[in-house]
Write a protein that binds this ligand. Structure first.
Ligand code: AVJ
Length: 328
C-alpha cells in the first residue's frame, strides 16, 4: 500500500473528445471489405450494444480472463501500487467500465486518473461512477483511438512524480506481436523515461480451453461478433443478413493467437453505403485476433517496445499474467 497521501476532498472531473470529426468507420469498412481477405477492425465492436455484450462475455463461465485478472488484482493490488509508487498519474487505455481499475485506484491513490477509450459513453459512465466512489480523485476522461499517436491533456496543480500506463484485460492481444511492439513504443512516449507500464496479458494454454472461451455455449461471443454486421446496418445503411453469417473462432497454435471470423453461409451480395460486396460460401470476414503469450515471449515484446520487465503476477492456475514494467 502506498503511504497515506494528502488528497483534495473534491477532485476535478474533465472530459475530452479527440475522435476525428470525420467518421472513419465508413472508410475503414469499405476498405476492409474490399481486401482479398475481408477484414474489420475489432475496435468497431464497441458501440453501445457491443459494450453491453462484451460485459456479458466477461461473466461467462468459459471466459476465464476477466475473473482471473480481477482475482490477481485483488490479491496483488497492493504490490502493484508499491511498484508504481507515490504520486503516480494513472493512464488507462481501453478503460471500458474501469472495473479492475477500482482495485488499483484504491491501493494507489493516484493524483490523476486518465481513462482513454474509443467508447465515449463508457468513459463518461465510468468517470461518473469512479467520482462517486473516490470523491477526491481527479479524472481527465479522454475519448480517443489509442492505436494512433496521442497527446494527452495535462493537469496542472497536482504533484506528479511518474506516469504509468495501465492496460488490463489482455487487450494488447488484439495486436500481433509486431504491432504490440509499436503500441508499446507509443505507450513509452506517453509515460517517458522512468515511466511505468502495468499490463494484463493472457497466457498460452490448452487449445480446448481457449476455443471454448471464444465460442461459448450460450452464444454471447457469437452475438458480439455478429453485432459488428448489425452495427454496419444501423450506422452505415448496410444490408447484411445476419442469419447468412456465422461466428467462427479458433486458437491457431502455430500463430499463438485466437482468430475470430464471420463466415458467409451462402453465395451473396451485401451493400454498404452504395458499394456492393460479393461473398462466396465459406468466405470469411476476419474480425479479431487475441494473441496469447508465455511470460518470456511477452517480456521480449516489451523489451523491444522500450520497457524493462520488473515484476510479474500470475494466478495459481497459470491462466493470466499482469506485468509491471519500467520505461528505459
Ligand atoms: C477485449 C480484446 C481482451 O481478446 O479476449 C472477448 C475481446 N473477443 N471475446 C479478448 C473478446 C471475444 C477480448 N479483449
Amino acid at each position: 500500500m502506498a503511504e497515506p497521501q494528502q488528497r483534495p476532498a473534491q477532485g476535478v472531473v474533465r472530459f475530452y473528445n479527440f475522435l476525428p470529426e470525420h467518421a472513419s468507420f465508413l472508410d475503414d469498412v469499405l476498405a476492409g471489405l474490399a481486401r482479398p481477405q475481408k477484414t474489420l477492425a475489432p475496435k468497431y465492436f464497441y458501440d453501445a450494444r457491443g459494450c453491453e455484450l462484451f460485459e456479458k462475455i466477461c461473466t461467462l463461465p468459459e471466459y476465464y480472463p476477466t475473473r482471473t485478472e480481477l482475482a490477481i488484482m485483488r490479491e496483488h493490488g497492493a504490490e502493484m501500487a508499491e511498484f508504481l509508487g507515490q504520486d503516480c498519474q494513472l493512464i488507462e487505455f481501453g478503460s471500458g467500465s474501469s472495473t479492475k481499475t477500482r482495485i488499483l485506484i484504491e491501493q494507489l491513490q493516484p493524483p490523476l486518473y486518465v481513462p482513454v477509450d474509443i467508447a465515449d459513453d463508457a468513459i463518461r459512465a465510468a468517470a461518473a461512477s469512479l467520482a462517486q466512489v473516490f470523491p477526491w480523485l481527479n479524472i481527465n476522461g479522454v475519448c480517443a483511438d489509442y492505436t494512433r499517436p496521442l497527446t494527452l491533456p495535462e493537469f496542472v496543480g497536482v504533484p506528479i512524480r511518474r506516469k504509468a500506463v495501465y492496460f488490463p484485460g489482455s487487450t494488447v492481444g488484439n495486436f500481433t506481436p509486431e504491432e504490440a511492439v509499436e503500441f508499446l513504443r507509443l505507450a513509452r512516449r506517453t509515460v517517458g523515461t522512468g515511466g511505468a507500464l502495468l499490463i494484463g496479458v493472457d497466457l498460452k494454454k490448452d487449445k480446448r480451453v481457449l476455443d471454448a472461451a471464444y465460442d461459448d455455449a450460450a452464444g454471447v461471443t457469437a452475438a458480439f461478433n455478429l453485432n459488428l454486421l448489425a452495427r454496419i446496418n444501423r450506422e452505415l445503411g448496410g444490408d447484411f443478413q445476419l442469419r447468412r453469417f456465422r461466428h467462427k473462432a479458433f486458437y491457431d497454435g502455430a500463430k499463438g493467437w485466437i482468430e475470430m471470423h464471420l463466415e458467409s453461409l451462402a453465395a451473396q451480395f451485401v451493400h454498404v453505403a452504395g458499394t456492393r460486396f460479393h461473398f462466396v460460401p465459406g468466405e470469411t470476414i476476419h474480425t479479431e485476433i487475441s494473441c496469447k503469450y508465455s511470460v518470456e515471449e511477452f517480456s521480449a515484446v516489451a523489451r523491444r517496445g522500450g520497457f524493462a520487465p520488473g515484476q510479474t503476477w500470475i494466478d495459481a492456475g497459470g491462466l493470466f499474467s499482469v506485468h509491471g514494467m519500467t520505461a528505459v
